[in-house]
Design a binder for this molecule. Structure first.
Ligand code: FES
Length: 192
């Protein structure tokens, strides 16, 4: 469907397309809903999995795929912080700063991460490894303070726990699994 985004893209992926397998998967997803528009979120999520973030090029492809105006897809994508509208570092760290986490030390956790990483909120470390963001409630209100790194939740955080995670990643270790005694679920576990 023809249409334009509210402002021209200043960066993007260039021409993008789905593979035949991905297109078939999208049709499977669309079949679960009464309208193709209802599949906007899962298809945006699929696109983010493939391209890492949602440039205008990618959002336009999603709009064309679902027969929606690009502005509709843009509106959905910009509403959710889980959908990335710009490239991030290898690891995206999102710290909840909403009330329950505030009461148990979210600001201290954010301050510690800023110092540890040497960046401000919204910035990426010069080596491209970490991006730090503060976000609204991540639905883990009983286990704060907490942060999400990529798809996993790290709860009941302390400065020492943060240091262990960041130092491990910096030394080349993989992202650790969240502590099983605290963790309730992760996107990783849902997809396995
Ligand atoms: S208030 Fe932090 S997860 Fe809900």
């Amino acid at each position: 469907m023809a249409g334009a985004f509210p402002r021209p893209p200043d960066q993007g992926h260039g021409p993008v397309s789905w593979t035949d397998e991905e297109q078939a998967r999208i049709e499977e997803i669309c079949a679960r809903y009464p309208t193709r528009k209802s599949a906007t979120l899962p298809v945006l999520w699929m696109a983010q999995r493939k391209w890492g973030w949602l440039s205008y090029d990618v959002m336009k492809l999603v709009a064309e795929t679902l027969g929606q105006p690009p502005s509709e897809v843009y509106a959905v994508a910009t509403f959710y912080t889980m959908l990335k509208k710009q490239p991030t570092g290898t690891y995206l760290i999102q710290v909840c700063h909403t009330l329950s986490c505030q009461l148990v030390g979210a600001e201290e956790i954010i301050a510690h991460l800023k110092k540890k990483l040497g960046i401000e909120e919204g910035e990426t470390t010069p080596d491209g490894m970490f991006t730090l963001m503060r976000v609204e409630c991540l639905a883990s209100c009983g286990s704060g303070p907490m942060m999400q790194i990529d798809d996993d939740y790290y709860e009941q955080l302390t400065p020492d726990a943060i240091d262990a995670i960041i130092d491990g990643l910096r030394s080349g270790q993989p992202l650790p699994l969240p502590r099983p005694e605290v963790n309730k679920w992760t996107f990783r576990s849902l997809e396995s």
